[in-house]
Design a protein around this ligand. Structure first.
Ligand code: SAH
Length: 217
């Protein structure tokens, strides 16, 4: 099927409608999400469900997040075109691709080499030259490229990891889920001020856990 297929066009329209009805109202974020075809990031059996507002399985036992949650997190991150953004948890690469339309530069890391290789192939196909994707344990951030204007974590830690707080610029914003991995977690926004950190709780979410070390594949 092509992008002009009327059924696909209808599904994409429903997709954007669902995003708006779930609180993704920022025009710039919606435009970025309209540009990124989620079907490219969902492979195999589930690709048919790419335009539904639900998380879906990807390789290495991980998930591509629910689009409305991706939208709400991107909105909370308040990215501006001059920003350098760090994402922890590349997964399928979908969130990073959206950020690539909004930021000057995007660094995204995952502990699974296979996910990084697959995401890099997609970024190359889409000519997204402002994304750098690496296999590292993101709990320690990316000290060589720090500090960052924005940090987004798409796996849940019990608390915001210290190295990530340290790599946030003053005035910078970090959005991340916190809480136990088998319970409902909270999405929080951390803003670094001259004197410390401010925390806002945004909404309940459910993410895979932020794990230590590199994955086996
Ligand atoms: N943002 C992704 C979804 C991420 S799923 C998307 O748009 O598709 C969470 C990802 O976090 C998984 O791929 C998992 O491998 C990764 N992850 C978990 N712990 C990590 C860590 N310590 N460092 C880097 N990546 C990690």
């Amino acid at each position: 099927m092509t992008a002009l297929d009327p059924e696909i066009a209808e599904r994409k329209m429903q997709f954007l409608f669902a995003l708006r009805s779930k609180g993704v109202t920022d025009k710039t974020v919606l435009e970025a999400m309209e540009k990124v075809d989620r079907a490219l990031f969902v492979k195999g059996y589930f690709s048919d469900r790419a335009y539904e507002d639900m998380p879906l399985p990807i390789a290495c036992g991980q998930t591509i997040s629910q689009p409305s949650v991706v939208g709400r997190m991107t909105q909370a991150l308040a990215v501006s075109p001059r920003d350098t953004v760090l994402e922890i948890g590349t997964g399928s690469g979908y969130q990073a691709a959206i950020l690539s339309h909004l930021a000057r530069r995007v660094y995204t890391v995952d502990r699974h080499q296979r996910l990084v290789a697959e995401a890099n192939d997609i970024f190359r196909d889409l000519d997204m030259v402002n994304i750098t994707c690496r296999t590292v344990d993101g709990s320690y951030g990316l000290p060589g490229q720090a500090p960052f204007d924005r940090i987004i974590v798409t796996a849940a830690a019990e608390d915001p990891p210290g190295p990530l707080l340290a790599q946030l610029k003053i005035g910078g914003i970090m959005v991340l889920p916190v809480g136990q991995s088998d319970a409902v977690q909270s999405l929080i926004r951390v803003t670094r001020t001259e004197t410390g950190f401010e925390y806002d709780e945004l909404m309940p979410v459910r993410f895979v856990p932020l794990l230590e070390g590199l994955g086996r594949d």
